[in-house]
Design a protein around this ligand. Structure first.
Ligand code: PEP
Ligand code: MG
Length: 297
């Protein structure tokens, strides 16, 4: 198949040798969607909810969160929408809530489980939103399988509460970011997660002992790429062993230069910044699924 002649639609793209690849988008804010035609994406691979929920008041406001999630699901129609639960703490403090800032290691799902009153509000908003589309919930900074289990239990408790109040809801699939190195090394033990998504921004900082929010750490990113790829290759093998859907949403996936390596280790679902959709699409159709170039050279 010549490059650019892909027969797939709905954001599905084929490599030059006709292997299907999904291309989704990462968003921070629902308003970003106004500029994106839903037909150009397979769905939303990562919505960073900490941008919609940016204050203590938002974190406590179930109705406001529901309205934002509903808007995003409506945009996507029946395409999958992956909303990540609040990844606060670390490089993403929530003023007021995370004040004084939590220890750098108390972030993501760890902070949510330590402050379940925040997680419960978000869980209820997500459970209610799930009836409006194809929602998937993603947990940030998961380190151990027990964290997935605890959060799933919390969702079921809140679902029971909604049932007793007669409020319609659905329990969505619950998956996880793979962005803490030991979680990636033990990925085959995460049997209770419904799906995986590689977060190479955090993986890279933890693998290189650098800090992603420090300007100087940029100098580690480029030389680290081959090591990160090797690391992902091992994690991919474990993910395949347990048969879970896998995607990648770290910014490495938005870099056309990195695409051959990511295809070669078997990744078939990329979630990228909306402004990179076009570049990544054209890079995919010019490559074979093993990452080799189909035309030119
Ligand atoms: C990542 O860590 O790669 C990621 C996608 O999440 P964030 O950049 O929001 O930490
Ligand atoms: Mg991250």
């Amino acid at each position: 198949t010549p490059a650019g002649q892909c027969p797939c639609d709905n954001g599905e793209i084929c490599t030059a040798d006709d292997i299907r690849v999904l291309l989704s988008i990462n968003i921070n804010d629902a308003a970003e969607l106004d500029a994106v035609d839903p037909a150009t994406a397979a769905g939303i691979g990562l919505m960073r909810s900490e941008f919609a929920v940016s204050s203590v008041a938002d974190a406590a406001n179930e109705e406001k969160q529901l309205a934002v999630y509903h808007r995003v699901l409506k945009w996507a129609a029946d395409r999958p929408v992956t909303i990540r639960m609040l990844d606060i703490g670390g490089d993403k403090p929530l003023t007021g809530l995370d004040d004084p800032p939590a220890a750098a290691d108390l972030r993501g799902v760890r902070l949510l489980l330590a402050r379940p009153e925040i997680a419960r509000v978000q869980a209820r908003a997500l459970l209610r939103a799930a009836v409006y589309g194809n929602l998937r919930v993603m947990l940030p900074m998961v380190t151990f399988p027990s964290e997935v289990d605890e959060m799933r239990r919390l969702f079921h408790e809140e679902a029971a509460r909604l049932t007793s109040r007669g409020i319609s809801h659905l329990v969505p699939p619950i998956g996880m970011m793979v962005e803490v190195p030991i979680a990636a090394l033990m990925l085959d033990t995460f049997e209770t997660a419904d799906f995986f998504s590689f977060g190479t921004n955090d993986l890279t900082q933890y693998l290189t002992a650098s800090a992603r929010d420090r300007a100087g750490s940029q100098m580690y990113l480029h030389p680290a790429a081959p090591a990160v790829l090797r690391f992902l290759k091992g994690a991919m093998r474990l993910a395949t062993q347990v048969g879970k859907p896998v995607s990648i949403c770290g910014s490495i996936a938005s870099d056309p230069q990195r695409l051959p390596g990511l295809l070669a280790i078997g990744l078939r679902h990329f979630s990228v910044a909306p402004e990179q959709l076009r570049a990544i699409r054209s890079a995919i159709v010019g490559l074979r699924a093993d990452g080799t170039k189909a035309v030119g050279d």
